[in-house]
Design a protein. Structure first.
Lengths: 189, 165
């Protein structure tokens, strides 16, 4: 093999390596952009919409009871996100408890309180202050609030017996009748 | 004599009981944490590495919301109970997720945050080095087209034109 042939072969090999390098760099950039786009799209999405199935979640209450959303099919769920540091949450606390006491005897409506980014002592104090008796628990790892893509507190999600979201209240309920008017249509046979 | 001996024994038992009770009381006091003994600096040393999800991009040590104040109070309480910084950070991660940390834990997709910047810098440096080398060293004669690759008549024509200039 002549020197020129060897040089030509070396040059060809170098060109191939460079092409592979460029290809890999472009691929890496593409994958990175896909990941970034996915993250941005997820951030842009609003809360879970009416008509969608709610995400599955598990809530461990302050009393140590474990509730799985999948096990609660057949009941109308009222899922309320709140926090002890949230002043608007206080406006609806008494009405939510009154609504719970109104529907509790039926057995087919369940209220769930989810304490968002709260500390346990303050959350417990809040529950005691407003005499809240329906199951409440912390949003461990903020997993439930992220699954529902909430924007803040208070937010309330009312879910039908099949697990489909039927009503969303962003901000506090204004009255007990407003809560009832959101739940009652879901109880009709 | 018997009475004096009994008295001495009673006195000794009394002293031991007193020491025991005092020691016991001391232990009980030590088990009761007092968050007031923890300084703001101690709390902030941990808080500055944490971020409350409610107040995005504001470190916990300078965040003024009620939620952050409650978090700082919780740190104070845990410190008073003898928790280490690592334990407290772990507790916050378990309670509120990875996003409370100033730097993501190196696992899963989080590795991108650690790998992409140095790889990008190295890649950029490599491109720059290649570009500078290309300027300093013009193509070697071996990479230039060889005159012998040209047909002889073309070479003659070029030489002729060069002589005429």
């Amino acid at each position: 093999m002549s020197v020129e042939q060897a040089q030509a072969q070396e040059q060809q090999a170098s060109t191939i390596r460079l092409r592979w390098g460029r290809g890999l760099a472009w691929l890496a950039l593409f994958v990175l952009l896909i990941i970034l786009a996915g993250g941005l799209l997820r951030n842009q999405q609003g809360a879970v919409s009416v008509g969608e199935r709610i995400p599955e979640f598990t809530l461990t209450t302050f009393d140590g009871q474990t509730l799985r959303s999948a096990d609660l099919r057949g009941k109308v769920l009222v899922i309320n996100f709140w926090a002890s540091w949230c002043k608007p949450c206080e406006q609806e606390a008494a009405d939510l408890e009154a609504a719970w006491r109104f529907y509790q005897p039926r057995g087919d409506v369940l209220f769930l309180g989810i304490a968002y980014v709260d500390t346990e002592p303050e959350a417990r104090a809040y529950l005691e202050k407003f005499g809240i008796t329906y199951p409440n628990g912390p949003d461990l790892g903020t997993r439930i609030s992220q699954a529902f893509r909430i924007r803040g507190v208070p937010e309330t999600y009312i879910v039908d017996r099949e697990g489909t979201l039927q009503f969303v209240q962003i901000g506090p309920f204004r009255s007990l009748s407003q809560i009832k008017s959101a739940i009652d249509p879901l109880l009709q046979p | 004599m018997g009475t004096q001996s009994d008295l001495r024994w009673l006195l000794l038992i009394g002293i031991f009981l007193s020491i025991g009770l005092w020691g016991g009381a001391g232990t009980a006091l030590a088990q009761t944490p007092d968050p007031r003994q923890i300084t703001d600096d101690q709390v902030n040393a941990i808080a500055k590495h944490l971020y409350c999800p409610v107040c995005e991009n504001v470190p916990l040590d300078v965040c003024g919301t009620q939620a952050c104040e409650q978090w700082r109070q919780l740190i104070r309480q845990k410190l008073a109970e003898g928790w280490s910084e690592a334990q407290i950070r772990q507790y916050f991660v378990e309670q509120y997720g990875d996003r409370v940390l100033a730097t993501p834990p190196p696992r899963g997709i989080n590795w991108l945050a650690y790998l992409v910047p140095p790889v990008a810098i190295l890649l950029g440096a490599w491109i720059l080095v290649r570009a500078f080398r290309g300027r300093k060293h013009p193509p070697s004669p071996s990479t230039l087209p060889q005159s012998e690759h040209l047909p002889p008549e073309v070479v003659k024509q070029i030489e002729q034109e060069l002589r005429e200039r």
